[in-house]
Design a protein. Sequence first.
Length: 146
Amino acid sequence: MGAMRPTCSCTRRSALAVLAAAGAAIATKAKAAPAEHREFIAAAFRMKDEAVRAGDQAYGAVVVKGGRIIGFGPSRVVLKKDWTAHAEREAMREAQARLGRSDLSGCILYSSSRPCFECQRAAAAANIDRMIFGSEATDAGKPRKS
């Protein structure tokens, strides 16, 4: 007697279709920012667009406290001729000015891209609670000084 071959009720084409659909669902979910962050990530990207329109680098950030934006930051490195005028620092400076203090405890920094090391250090020094970046709203957690 010959060897028995296992039978499968699905066809190769339907199996591939299922795999493709699953892959598309995963990809769509990975790209979508969590609902709680969408508004603020969008604001950071608007700051990025503002920076580009002004002739500066393509970076933007906002600082949020209690569900309200308290600091807006388009990159101003080129315009100010100041290497510290990154979008994240500009947003933190505005938030600090509005609050009348340097401590930004209870605030979240949203950025169009991952903040550089120096901006992370500045966020840690300001006591920012969390950093969220990119179109996928990646949570980088609490910024660290080192």
